[in-house]
Design a protein around this ligand. Structure first.
Ligand code: NAX
Length: 328
């Protein structure tokens, strides 16, 4: 039997946590021969609900679930962590400005970054899901200088999956027929889903969807606004699809990406495509089974460059708004 992999999850009593946890505990994510030890982190008001989640996990009697610890103590919660999924964050409330939200969540991510640096295992990898995820990730990473920058990720896989689903519906094909669909920039309503480099059955999207106006207009807008559409329909934000995308992100990072494909995740820029070094920006990436690298040489048209610049500008604005939370 392998020794257990320690997986720390913040916001574990929330709706994404509820969808994530059984799948991690079942072995689906880290392998059916890999025991997992869960460290579930909540704030005090969430601890009671978390106790119920723990009861349910125990009642599943998962053979691979070695242990569960529920805590509001960050040092304990990240102790020995091999993976940290940072899902918890404070939602935007009526009357709250974007800057307020960035400030409130930013402070949370300072503490989490520091606790990860102090307590996690040497091979720690982090995926930030809690919004605004790119900038939360930037703050945590900058407050954990001892953790290599290539271990930090923020989630844009849900946006990739949403874009694939929208293209498939329009083209009358299946989402599995679509490859190389990259999300560029921020996980926000400015993100750019790159239909020009995506392929359907190996061919350019334009072969199946000649309606360029739809691609430039409704397609981009619908992907950018999909989260809001789900809230309008369900009365709650996306949870099952968000949890699924988080787990797919982890699984994709842990396997070699096929040469004919790539996936979207926000990582610390290495200066590629003119993006300021260290900014957490979504790119097309490939993993070697351990580390995601930004795919080089992807051609961006003038249209794509303009869209990318818009979302990049937003990331730079967010960074400026939280500058006091980033150690010099
Ligand atoms: P919920 O409100 O259901 O759950 C959040 C949980 O986090 C709560 O139980 C709360 O007590 C806990 N929490 C808050 N602050 C915490 C802290 N400092 N430490 C530990 N736990 C804390 O939200 P849920 O629907 O699960 O969404 C979680 C986050 O994911 C939100 O920020 C949401 O905006 C974000 N999303 C990100 C997506 C992405 O693609 N990157 C898509 C889905 C989702 O909207």
């Amino acid at each position: 039997m392998k020794s257990p992999l320690v997986v720390s999850i913040t916001g574990a009593a929330g709706q994404i946590g509820y969808s994530l946890l059984p799948r991690i505990a079942s072995g689906q994510v880290f392998g059916y021969d890999q025991p997992v030890a869960l460290r579930l982190i909540e704030i005090e008001p969430g601890m009671k609900a978390l106790a119920g989640v723990v009861m349910e996990l125990n009642d599943c009697a998962f053979p691979l679930l070695e242990s569960i610890e529920a805590t509001s103590d960050l040092d304990h919660g990240f102790s020995g962590a091999n993976w940290a999924l940072l899902v918890g964050s404070v939602p935007r409330k009526a009357g709250m400005e974007r800057k307020d939200l960035l400030g409130i969540n930013g402070k949370i991510f300072i503490g989490q970054g520091q606790a990860i640096e102090r307590n996690a295992a040497d091979d720690i990898n982090i995926l930030v899901v809690g919004n605004p995820c790119n900038t939360n990730c930037l703050i945590a990473m900058n407050n954990a200088p001892g953790v290599p920058q290539n271990r930090w990720h923020a989630m844009t896989r849900l946006d990739e999956n949403r874009a694939k689903s929208a293209l498939a519906e329009k083209a009358g094909c299946h989402s599995r027929d679509i490859t190389k669909l990259a999300i560029w920039g921020n996980h926000s309503s400015t993100l750019y889903p790159d239909f020009e480099n995506a392929l359907i059955n190996g061919d350019p999207v334009g072969k199946y969807i000649p309606d360029r106006a739809w691609l430039e207009g409704d397609f981009i807008k619908d992907v950018q606004q999909r989260g809001a559409a789900i809230i309008a329909a369900r009365g709650l934000s996306s949870a099952a699809s968000a949890a699924h995308a988080a787990l797919e992100t982890v699984m994709s990072l842990r396997e070699t990406t096929p040469a004919e494909d790539w996936h979207s995740v926000a990582v610390a820029s290495d200066g590629s495509y003119g993006v300021e070094k260290g900014l957490i920006c979504s790119f097309p990436t490939r993993s070697d089974g351990k580390t995601a690298s930004i795919v080089q040489g992807v051609e961006l048209s003038d249209f794509a460059k303009a869209k990318f610049q818009l979302t990049l500008n937003e990331l730079l604005e967010e960074k400026a708004m939280v500058s006091e939370l980033l150690p010099k």
